[in-house]
Design a protein. Structure first.
Length: 352
């Protein structure tokens, strides 16, 4: 079968590989219809391996060596292992990205995204940028017929956005400032708008991303390279600041900006991953009693079904889509396009 395999920095090859073995107990094999790529894939391509176990065996998945990418996909079940209940051959499903143990205290508390034995398909084990992929059945959620592959494949990044919104505690009537509206930020914005958040201030360094943010429901746009973001934000909030600030850019200066942008007693949610440690003014944070939280991944059994439902009943997917490419064009039209800023929306890959 055809697959996109990661061999190291700037070395992703489209090649013929063996099909996955027959599914074991609790597993299914999917014929992948569509897959997505994101900033994590680009980071591994440009600067990795950071997450991919290329030279040492992963302690949980056991994988070592070249790896099939793809942690966002949708596919049709073509084979079932023993002990699989509630699924059938022929059904279309979206698998969550991260597997969890189900037995640690975090899993038992409903925080499977924080599982001590978690690993991600497409980063720590072979993923869905291939004709076929084998995944645990309990990760899979059925896609309704009304939801095409090009929409359903966005369920995993949308689930991350829904988890972030839940963590942020943002409510109707709140003034939300969103720093970074590319990648996950765009999904957070769209999801917030569909949930009735009407005051959304989008901050970014890119004109085209801001234009897309307006289409997704942002009420105000702040280009942080053309105007002072704090001055602009305080003008919009009559000098009080945002009720909730979500940092989704990962830029080095954004956590400090997020804290400064929050009102007294406000809340900051950190979603973007920082490449290096950053300094924060904790004195100001304490005096203004600003609450700082973080968000990581999604809870598969909670966020993924909600994401599928939202995609099946809205035009959200079409509003964040940039292009659909063939697997053979993954590097030039996918990974490099994202890395070089030649795209400002979601890139999907057809596998057939």
């Amino acid at each position: 079968m055809k697959a996109a395999r990661y061999y190291g920095r700037r070395d992703v090859r489209i090649e013929t590989v063996d099909e996955p073995a027959a599914p074991g107990p609790g597993e299914v094999v999917l014929a992948v219809g569509c897959a997505g790529i994101c900033g994590t894939d680009v980071a591994e391509f440009l600067h990795g391996p950071h997450l991919i176990p290329l030279h040492a065996r992963h302690p949980v998945s056991g994988h070592c060596g070249p790896l099939i990418l793809g942690h966002e996909c949708v596919g049709q079940i073509v084979a079932l292992g023993s002990d699989v209940e509630g699924l059938a051959v022929g059904q279309r499903v979206v698998p969550g990205a991260g597997m969890w143990c189900g037995a640690c205290c975090w899993c038992l508390a409903g925080q499977s995204n924080l599982c001590t034995r978690s690993f991600v398909y497409g980063l720590h084990a072979n993923g869905g940028l291939a004709s076929l992929v084998k995944v645990p059945a309990r990760m899979c959620h059925v896609v309704p017929d009304s939801c095409p592959d090009e929409s359903a494949v966005m369920a995993q990044p949308l689930a991350i956005a829904l988890h972030a919104l839940r963590r942020s505690g943002v409510r109707k009537g709140d003034r939300l400032a969103l720093i970074g509206v590319g990648g996950i930020g765009a999904f957070i914005l769209a999801a917030a708008q569909t949930r009735g958040i009407t005051s959304i201030m989008a901050l970014d360094v890119d004109e085209q991303r801001l234009a897309r943010a307006a289409q997704l429901g942002a009420s105000s746009l702040i280009h942080v390279r053309k105007e002072d973001p704090l001055t602009a934000l305080h003008q919009l909030t009559h000098d009080s600041g945002a009720d909730v600030v979500i940092e989704a850019s990962g830029a080095a200066t954004s956590p400090s900006l997020a804290i400064a942008a929050a009102r007294r007693g406000g809340r900051v949610l950190l979603v973007g991953l920082q490449g290096q440690p950053v300094s924060l003014d904790l004195h100001d944070l304490v005096l203004r009693e600003v609450e700082v939280l973080s968000s990581n991944g999604h809870v598969c059994d909670l966020d993924l079904p909600q994401a599928i439902s939202m995609l099946a009943t809205s035009d959200l997917a079409s509003r964040v889509l940039d292009r659909v490419i063939a697997l053979e064009r993954l590097v030039p039209d996918g990974l490099l396009a994202l890395a070089e800023g030649r795209t400002h929306g979601k890139i999907l890959v057809h596998l057939f």
